[in-house]
Design a binder for this molecule. Sequence first.
Ligand SMILES: Cc1cc2nc3c(=O)[nH]c(=O)nc-3n(C[C@H](O)[C@H](O)[C@H](O)COP(=O)(O)OP(=O)(O)OC[C@H]3O[C@@H](n4cnc5c(N)ncnc54)[C@H](O)[C@@H]3O)c2cc1C
Length: 530
Amino acid sequence: MRRWNGWGDSDTHYPLHATAIRFLKERVGPGTPPKDAAWPDVLASVPPSRLPAHRLVSIDPAERLRHARGQSLPDWLALRAGRVGLFPDGVAYPAGEGEVRALLRYAVEAGVRLIPYGGGTSVVGHIQPLPGDAPVLTVDLARLNRLLRFDESSHLATFGAGIAGPDLEAQLRARGCTLGHYPQSFEYSTLGGWIATLSSGQQSLGYGRIERLFAGGRLETPAGTLVMPPFPASAAGPDLRDLVLGSEGRLGILTEATVRASRLPEREDFHAVFFHSWEDGQAGAREIIQAGLPLSMLRLSTAPETETTLALAGHERLIAALEQLLSVRGVGAGKVMLLLAFSGRNDLVKAARKAALGIARRHGGVHAGRVFGSQWRKSRFRTPYLRNTLWEMGYAIDTLETATDWADVPALVAAIGHALCAGLEAGGERVHVFTHLSHLYPYGSSIYTTYLYRLAAEPDETLRRWQVLKAAASQAIQSHGATITHQHGVGIDHLPYLPAEKGALGMQVMRAIAKELDPAGIMNPGKLFL
Ligand SMILES: Cc1cc2nc3c(=O)[nH]c(=O)nc-3n(C[C@H](O)[C@H](O)[C@H](O)COP(=O)(O)OP(=O)(O)OC[C@H]3O[C@@H](n4cnc5c(N)ncnc54)[C@H](O)[C@@H]3O)c2cc1C
């Protein structure tokens, strides 16, 4: 069963071994396990529903609690401390477009606010109810989960938008295809959520971000149905798919989406290369990406992330052998790790691997083979379970991300690191910060930073620490003119930073579009923009 106040299935655990625990204590100090609120107590805090009765709406308190929050750190804090505050007044699980339209009519007539809900894996506050007099209905799209059409010759697959990653991939794999879209939240996040948040999968370099994969679909809005046919390409004016991509539930409910699948790769190899320094690693990775080789992933960790990854990885014997190999080749302290994935036809994979490893070698890179890369691949959807373990040991962990051009990458990585490391100095607390370049482009890169600090005795103080850190890092990002988010979206956490990025006219255009499709303003108000 899915955890109600943490990540993932309650039977899956990610224990840390003694070396990893020692490493964390050295970095930020010993953690004190928190006293989390119990399910019955939080359930008892769910207030009576304000919704008028409807045959499709459940007002069951357990359903309402399970849909109250996503996966951001403030969400975790609210759930773990039992201070959720606001709950949806009801949850509906429509089984088709007709039921979605019925719910939209009901909401308009009864003055109900709607929150579309995919997998609930949002990390920026997309799906929580906000204060207001109008009742809130969460529309969980889990029942829109079927493969509706598959065009074998074009590799176009149309799914119900509520389908989750594993089901979608299983359907495509049974037909010799893959979408290749693997956000780390793959286990639970959904096709509709990926589109509505402009998500990026770990192998976006080869398969594309969701905007390349999303061919068309149907959006049910209070003003009617917006149909986006899946043309291979079109010059017929502005592309309406761009309205839906990143719309965060503000314009309507995506009921079905057609995606561009790829033939399953003949071969898929993950490799690791270690460089002497961050500068060498960046130069090597940049040259590889700018060579236009058919890779499906490049991911470059800074020295602190490389050290942390190796310290927390487990597999002590494997890591010791790796360290020995690297030290023989003169790669020691300050080393950085580049993960590369090659996917596709056998001959192309071989040629791309040879070319990429050749470039890496010219920058001093030492190829550590396939074992480490394969281990990373195997555990890539298990890593989020570490959040549960750390929390229970007394540590909060969160991530943030941005993207900028290559010329600014080194300075921005340093600025974010500095902002976070220094963020809690006044209170005498340390923050452990590590970063990787997660999605590389010929013209720039995304930057993905993880930070870890100790939980305070009081949840309010833990939240205050998060607010200080988040603001400091966001200001560093903004002062560099970088985007406030490369893949997580805006929600409520990034909302204050959007006007600087879009400009006054840009914000006006977005509001005007929302007004046209949702005149009464019932669709997820308060998220993305005010
Ligand atoms: C551990 C972890 C790892 C993550 N890794 C990644 C990653 O690698 N890459 C990445 O891009 N993101 C990542 N995320 C963030 C998150 O998974 C993505 O934002 C994801 O796309 C959200 O999908 P969801 O189905 O869970 O949507 P939800 O969280 O349910 O909703 C997100 C937003 O989309 C809207 N929405 C959802 N479905 C629809 C629909 N059918 N119609 C209209 N609006 C809809 C909601 O109203 C809401 O505003 C991660 C999150 C976690 C917790």
